[in-house]
Ligand binder design. Structure first.
Ligand SMILES: [Zn+2]
Length: 125
């Protein structure tokens, strides 16, 4: 009873995550060389690397670089998350069927499990 459950996603939230997921999808399905150029400047100038940290896109750059390491797997997860948005089941935990917290979805937009179920799953591994 005292357990405070995260609120379900509104249509506006879903739109936000759909935009985010589509962005991830195009980053992940794109050529990695191109992705690298986007992260460090398209002019091919070596000085661009030092400037990269100053841009407002810093968050996405960091995201990009992290995703490069496991892009294939992540792309599949992103595509499935987009399917779940179309199917209306996005943001619902596959373990307990509760709502996944928005903060968690912002960090991992393709999360299938709520934080509680994720913890349990990791314990079983
Ligand atoms: Zn759960």
């Amino acid at each position: 009873m005292t357990n405070k459950k995260p609120a379900k996603l509104s249509a506006k939230d879903l739109e936000e995550f759909q935009v985010l997921l589509n962005k991830l999808r195009s980053m992940l399905s794109g050529d990695l060389t191109q992705l690298h150029e986007e992260a460090f400047g398209q002019n091919g100038n070596h000085d661009a690397e030092s400037k990269a940290g100053d841009t407002a896109d810093g968050y996405y750059q960091e995201f990009n670089l992290r995703l490069m390491e496991r892009d294939e797997n992540t792309l599949a997860e992103v595509l499935e998350a987009l399917d779940r948005i179309s199917a209306g089941s996005y943001g619902q935990c596959e373990g307990c069927e509760g709502a996944i917290a928005k903060d968690r979805l912002r960090a991992v937009p393709y999360a299938r499990l709520c934080i509680e179920c994720q913890r349990l799953a990791e314990r079983w591994n």
